[in-house]
Ligand binder design. Structure first.
Ligand code: ASP
Ligand code: MG
Length: 456
């Protein structure tokens, strides 16, 4: 048997009956072109997860009524049978018929099982739409197949166990059926539903890709692929034909929205490639994310995270003292803040780090409180400086590696455009350079870099 192609459809691709017909047509087309078995993973219809996340006991009735009618209307418009619709209504009521007690006190286990309902509502609909079009499709509950820890709302995946469970459940049916599964959900060792974190369906798809030893995982979305910069804002941006796993992981981490940053890792050790495809333009090849790109096209990707604060902890008493970084970052992690980027000058009297603006208050509070001894008694730290409303502009490109002059070109482009650079960090892997600039200048900075350094 050939290795399967895993198709993952995002929320906009399944938002109504019209789009679902397109999904069915795209699957039909890909099955005409490829003799590989098919696995399908779906997100919830666009907006549904947000509605579920917003559910409160007092809005329960109204919101679930809207969700019920939206999904049943899709079933109507697809012309599904009365018998099927009655069963589906019962499925809906099992999932969301009653407001669970745990919702009042935000019990994470209860929240996870509610937030994951959007996918569990979409997957059977999509399966039935395929059946109606003549395919042997079958809805299969994905939660028991992906094993996670107990962090209900953003759980860590046990990849080895998940792969074994997926292979055991799917390999035998792939030769004659198309399994249709919900993205976003998994379950812990006790069998309770857990979530892979917001936008986690891409991640689900690559876990299923790893479990079925897929030939490729296709992420269907509403753009043509990965661009050198966000095409909605930068007219000079270009579509990438092929990029490496590392580059796309780096770009996703630094804010490129096309795929979830975790999507790449289940496939790192495999020879399964990922492909980004546009649901509306299935004839286009999209962007291939692969291990050894051959036909790259443009070779720099720019991406930006806005709303960033830069915190600099400085003092001459920090020079040559071992353990400074570990203590400072220990404090930050104790406040629950995620550090996006770090830079330290080799004179060692400053450590700068970038965090999200919304984490600033709690981080400063923790630093002032927990480093009091270094600030007040020992005077090792004499200042904590903050720059708000900054953006991290990251330039990613495997070809930068070992190539002289790329950083020079980037900085001269910024200099010529009159853009002040607040901080810089380059990973020693040389796959990316991150540059902190004023948020108001990030678009201009991106354009300047694309014009000067964005090759081909
Ligand atoms: N429906 C989930 C979310 O909106 C997961 C996903 O779409 O990837 O976060
Ligand atoms: Mg998505």
């Amino acid at each position: 048997m050939k290795r399967p192609i895993v198709h993952k459809f995002g929320g906009t691709s399944v938002r109504d009956a019209e789009r679902l017909r397109l999904v069915v047509a795209n699957i039909a087309q890909s099955r005409r072109e490829y003799a590989n078995p098919t696995v399908i993973i779906t997100s919830a219809a666009a907006g549904v997860t947000d509605q579920l996340v917003g559910l409160r006991p007092d809005t329960w009735l109204e919101t679930t009524r809207l969700l019920r009618s939206r999904h049943l209307q899709i079933a109507n418009e697809l012309g599904l049978s009365e018998k099927w619709k009655a069963d589906y209504a019962a499925h809906f009521d099992r999932l969301l018929g009653e407001c669970p007690v745990g919702l009042e006190n935000y019990d994470p286990a209860t929240l996870a099982s509610i937030h994951g309902c959007g996918e569990r509502l979409m997957a059977p609909l999509l399966a039935e739409a395929l059946v109606q079009a003549g395919f042997q499709a079958e809805y299969i509950d994905s939660a028991p197949l992906i094993r996670t820890d107990n962090h209900y709302l953003s759980a860590a995946v046990d990849l080895a166990t998940s792969k074994t469970q997926i292979a055991a459940a799917l390999n035998s049916i792939l030769s004659d059926r198309i399994p249709v599964l919900a993205g976003f959900i998994g379950s812990n060792a006790e069998g309770h539903t857990t979530l892979l974190g917001r936008n986690g369906s891409d991640y689900s798809a690559s876990i299923f890709g790893a479990g079925t030893d897929a030939f490729e995982v296709w992420i269907w979305t509403d753009v043509d692929g990965i661009y050198t910069a966000d095409p909605r804002h930068h007219q000079h941006s270009k579509l990438l034909r092929e990029i490496s796993f590392r580059e796309s992981a780096e770009a996703a981490y630094f804010g490129a929205k096309v795929v979830h940053p975790y999507t790449m890792w289940p496939l790192l050790e495999s020879d399964t490639n990922l492909r980004i495809k546009n649901t509306m333009s299935p004839e286009k090849p999209g962007t291939l994310i692969c291990h050894e790109p051959q036909d790259r096209g443009p070779d720099l990707i720019t991406t930006a995270i806005k709303g960033v604060a830069i915190v600099t902890v400085g003092g001459y008493g920090l020079i040559g003292v071992p353990g400074v970084a570990s203590r400072v970052f220990g404090v930050i992690s104790s406040s629950g803040t995620n550090v996006l980027m770090i830079s330290q000058s080799s004179s060692e009297h400053n450590i700068s780090f970038a965090i999200r603006g919304e984490d600033l208050a709690i981080t400063l509070q923790a630093l002032n409180h927990q480093l009091q001894d270094w600030m007040e008694r020992e005077h090792r730290i004499d200042r904590i400086k903050v720059v708000e409303n900054a953006a991290i502009l990251t330039v990613v490109g495997e070809n930068m590696r070992g190539r002289v002059g790329v950083a020079g070109t980037i900085f001269s482009a910024l200099g010529e455009a009159g853009i002040n650079v607040i901080a810089i960090a380059q990973g020693s892997s040389e796959y990316s350079i991150s540059i902190v600039v004023d948020e108001a200048q990030v678009f201009r900075a991106t354009d300047a870099i694309l014009e000067k350094a964005g090759s081909k």
